[in-house]
Design a binder for this molecule. Sequence first.
Ligand SMILES: [Zn+2]
Length: 233
Amino acid sequence: MGILKDATDILFPANCLICGGSTDNRIKGYAVCKRCLSEMIPLEKERRFSPCLQEPFSGDPVPGLILYIPYPYDDVMRKAVNRLKFGSCSDIGGFLGTLLGMHLRSDGASFDAVVHIPLSAKRLKERGYDQAAVIAEATAEVLGIPFWEGVLIRRTDTMRQTESENRALNIHGAFEVPGNIVLDGLKILLADDVATTGNTLHEAASVLMEHGAGEVVCAAVCGNRASRNAELY
Ligand SMILES: [Zn+2]
């Protein structure tokens, strides 16, 4: 299969998943050109872990929740995420999830399973795939742990967060865990594509904890805690 795949790559060189330019370069089977790769500069290790909530509040049901972000939400990541969300290119999710898993592994993080922030049914229908699920599945594969799809369910088609006056209130009640699922003390990695305020991850993590998770660590491929970018769902 490897020889056949190599031959296919020579006959039909793939275009870069991110910029669309020509490339003969592949990272774990994903075509990404040298220029895009050179622009993907990870954060220093000590900056990858931060409090999940950009604006902490007293009475937080999951105080001390950690968010792991290996890359800043810069030009190349914005391009990659836009193609993933709006360019019908789910392969980018596999590539980004692989990167996330590789960084988590090299930073010594370990978990029992990976869960993702699910899209609403409406957006899933529009997009045809759930980008965070694609990322989470690839991350789980790198880490050698299960990806549990369906552990978190999005209840309603919540408004885009920029349209809400109160982001925390808007997302509250958006997720549920089906009644027959028990997360008995397990350490869960909760994965998403981009993190901004951290409100969505925080809300989902609190639901996982309510259903028995022992620990939840949030992770996104990229984020910019200082930015006011919308979390697009
Ligand atoms: Zn490129």
